[in-house]
Design a protein around this ligand. Sequence first.
Ligand code: PXP
Length: 262
Amino acid sequence: MNSVKASGKPRLGVNIDHVATLRNARGGLHPDPVDAARVVEKSGADGITAHLREDRRHIRDRDITRLSEEIQLPLNFEMAATREMLEIALEVSPHACCLVPEKREEVTTEGGLDVASQILQLKDYISTLSQAGIRVSLFIDPEALQVKAAAEVKAPVVELHTGAYCEAVFSEGFESTASKREFERLRTSADLAAGLGLECHAGHGLNFDTAKAVAGIVPFVEFNIGHFLIGQSVFDGLPSVVQKMHVALEEGRHIVLAGGGS
Ligand code: PXP
């Protein structure tokens, strides 16, 4: 199994689902998401994320197998907490599994997992993955109820959904009341999670500017970013956007550690 690169810097996981979306649009083999992962790896990213959805709309089973065999970076396997996905995860043995809610009709993962309402089922599910040596992360909304539930089901990691914050910034700007409120929700939830001994990740909807801002929340050690990076690579190339995102994350973290941020 691949191991996580030891580093005090914020880690960047690149979600390559949308390379598969583009490939599938023509029904062929190009562009190959595993080739994209190879470029991302050479460009200094810290991990690869791929979501095998029930409907296989982008990533396919063979992509997950190839990613685990051909790519050295840790694989963060995003999946719904179903029996089918559990069997695949145990077979592939990725570095991590990120459990997400999944609805067929959604365009992307729209909300966090409701951990609080399925404590018993998730406890068993997570225990099976953990016993197989797979690190489990729960993708949740930044709410105290869900953070505490994640600790209760013994997940070692939470990924806080940054979508509402990014949406507020996109529609109303950084200085709006809504953006400040969403940022505060992320900060208090990340602090709570860290206080409960959970490792904290952030993801969804991030671009260079919002990632830089969220990197100012020190408990976040990993950022999983897809749509913006793949979209922006059309203009700048994948190596360049991966490197620029690293710079944005490090600048955001540095501003706060140097005492200049919120
Ligand atoms: N983290 C999780 C759990 C996700 O479901 C997604 C979207 O697939 C991402 C991160 C990446 O979000 P985006 O593609 O908006 O950067």
